[in-house]
Design a protein around this ligand. Structure first.
Ligand code: ARG
Length: 254
């Protein structure tokens, strides 16, 4: 509970702090010739490290959008919980890190059109909880600052909810038997369940969400470019190719 309050008040504070410093407009970025993109780098298969190489669906998509706009791309990685704060401090131009588009976040930043649609899934050891009703009295692990946390806390009668800095830490807590359930992205869950076969199972979705790139609030020139860059990728086959590569299916919003 305390953590949610802290997370919410951080966003509320962000909303009031925006506007002080000027984010780079599209013209300024274009003139500089390089766009700075931030992600977490610990959320496979969307954004993660393969050895020293930052990779993943969102990394490839972000790079493709940047290149399509005719600028060089520079990547920055930050803990998930710091990403929107750094955005509003002008440390980078935009964030692509699987942020669900929520009314709370929309008070602090502006979101591009969704680049995929997904949901928060209930994952447990085989024989464990599978439905929302099953969560009654059960302990749950989630990544801090996420929509998983927000939505798990809404479940009446849920047991102890533990937060972890990284999503992969929350998964590890489930595997180690320290919690009954991990709630995470349904596409990440497919990979985890497969890798741990036959130990884990994916149950119902707790909620659904649309995922978007974020720019600093009011940076409408950059937002328009991201939307047209994304639209181009969706149309010219780049998106379909990447989506098939990482998920063996097309995860665009239908
Ligand atoms: N979709 C969830 C949210 O909006 C989780 C995002 C986590 N992203 C990450 N890079 N760890 O909060």
């Amino acid at each position: 509970m305390k953590k949610t309050l802290v997370a919410l008040s951080t966003l509320a504070l962000l909303a009031t702090l925006t506007g002080a410093a000027q984010a780079r407009t599209w013209d300024a970025i274009k003139q500089a010739g390089t766009i700075k993109i931030a992600t977490e780098g610990a959320f496979p298969p969307f954004n993660y490290f393969e050895g020293k190489k930052l990779t993943g669906f969102e990394v490839d998509l972000g790079t493709a959008i940047g290149k399509g706009l005719g600028v060089k791309v520079e990547w920055v990685t930050q803990p998930f919980d710091n990403l929107l704060i750094g955005l509003n401090q002008d440390r980078y131009d935009f964030v692509i890190a699987s942020h669900g588009i929520t009314p709370e976040r929309q008070k602090a930043v502006d979101f591009a059109n969704p680049h995929y649609c997904t949901g928060g899934a209930i994952v447990s050891k085989v024989g464990g909880p599978k439905t929302v009703a099953d969560l009654k009295g059960k302990s749950v692990a989630v990544q801090v600052g996420t929509t998983y946390l927000e939505n798990v806390q809404k479940v009446a009668g849920v047991g102890k909810v533990s937060t972890f800095p990284k999503d992969t830490d929350a998964q590890a807590a489930l595997l180690a038997g320290r919690v009954d359930v991990w709630v995470g992205d349904k596409f990440s869950a497919l990979d985890v369940v497969k890798a741990q076969k036959p130990k884990l199972q994916q149950g119902d979705l707790l909620f659904q969400e649309q995922i978007g790139m974020a720019v600093k609030k009011g940076n409408s020139t950059l937002l328009a470019q991201l939307n047209s860059g994304l639209a181009a990728a969706l149309k010219n086959g780049t998106y379909a190719k990447l989506s098939n590569q990482y998920f063996a299916q097309d995860i665009r919003c239908k």
